[in-house]
Design a protein around this ligand. Structure first.
Ligand SMILES: Cc1ncc(C[n+]2csc(CCOP(=O)(O)OP(=O)(O)O)c2C)c(N)n1
Ligand SMILES: [Mg+2]
Length: 335
């Protein structure tokens, strides 16, 4: 393992930040009567954390509807993300995007995305840009086990392989697409098996173990940076909560199954490995837990104190231009 103390602490901080953002931020969003559908990635923290640890701000990622963890791992400020969830103008997308449209180009974060597998061609396009302009950047496409059955993924994998693009296809296999179990919907035993059909390496790793993700991602990123082309990385993981805040997962899975996965919690596995080996102390990790809790208090306060967007801002940053009289009506709209 090539991680020093600072590297280990950084992995832990990222995972805790994701967990606490999901477990505190999402209920707070609901209390502010934001009616948008929000998807928690609690339980899946090790995946974006292990992958993004190999990336710089110049590298690209494209994300999913369950994308808060990807944003945080890529360096987007949770305080600004909280504002975005609360619909405030200080959010990275000025409060007009919400949970499923968080983008921050300064961090190479191309956006969370409400359309299943739509992240994939975006990342391939970014990788093509990098190759043509010789930028030396890599791109990561995150998608779910459900997303792995979308046609666009297969076209994208083929093209990326033919053109040897610096892209990593990362499947977060959390066992379900809404309520459909992966065993029902997948034609192969593992998503990673499909890599062979596109002439690229396929990695299948324990997505609850940040070290396993980190190791495999290191190989995939090194391959991409060396100009050797794409890889498919499947991380087997689990979402702790419902598909959205409106879903009760116990209508399609059991308490026993949930308990099995929670016993393999990524934060717990991390502690169980690094503390006995004397790499970092339990006290240091407890200290990070407290700091992150405080960071969340501050994020919520900041978001609450931030203004809503002005109605005329509805017509800014959009690709469709509206007739002038609609602009006027927008300007007169009351919130
Ligand atoms: C193209 C498209 N089809 C269907 C949907 C509705 N939908 C939203 S999330 C989802 C399931 C996605 O499952 P998966 O890819 O495994 O991701 P997970 O929710 O498990 O993270 C579906 C079908 C959508 N948003 N976009
Ligand atoms: Mg899934």
């Amino acid at each position: 393992m090539d991680l020093d103390r600072a590297g280990l602490l950084s992995l832990y901080r990222t995972m805790v930040t994701i967990r606490r953002f999901e477990e505190r931020g999402i209920p707070e969003t609901g209390q502010r009567r934001m009616s948008a559908s929000v998807h928690s990635s609690a339980g899946q923290e090790a995946v974006p954390t292990g992958i993004c640890a190999h990336l710089t701000d110049q590298d690209y990622i494209a994300s999913t509807h369950r994308g808060h963890g990807h944003c945080i791992a890529k360096g987007v400020d949770p305080k600004l993300m909280m504002a975005e969830l609360f619909g405030r103008s200080t959010g990275p997308n000025k409060g007009k995007g919400g949970s499923m449209h968080i983008a921050d180009m300064s961090k190479g974060m191309l956006g969370t995305n409400g359309v299943v597998a739509a992240s994939v061609p975006l990342a391939v396009g970014a990788a093509l840009t990098s190759k043509l302009k010789k930028l030396g950047r890599v791109a990561v496409a995150f998608f779910g086990d459900g997303g792995s059955n979308q046609g666009v993924l297969h076209e994208s994998m083929n093209l990326a392989s033919v053109w040897k693009l610096p892209v990593i296809f990362c499947c977060e296999n959390n066992g379900y697409a809404e309520s459909t179990p992966v065993e029902y919907a997948l034609s192969t035993a593992n998503v990673a098996d499909r890599a062979a059909g596109y002439g690229m390496p396929g990695f299948h790793v324990d997505g609850m173990d940040v070290f396993a993700v980190y190791e495999a991602a290191g190989q995939a990123v090194a391959r991409a940076r060396a100009g050797e082309g794409p890889s498919l990385l499947e991380c087997r993981t689990y979402r702790y909560y419902g598909h959205t805040v409106f879903d009760n997962p116990l209508t399609y899975r059991t308490k026993e199954e949930e308990a099995y996965w929670r016993a393999r919690d990524p934060l717990k596995l991390f502690r169980e490995r690094v503390v006995p080996e004397g790499l970092v102390s339990a006290q240091e990790l407890d200290g990070i837990d407290r700091q992150v809790e405080q960071q969340m208090d501050e994020a919520i306060k900041f978001a609450d104190a931030s203004p809503l967007p002005d109605p005329p801002q509805l017509y800014e940053d959009v690709y469709v231009s509206y007739p002038k009289d609609m602009m006027k009506r927008g300007a007169n709209m009351e919130v």
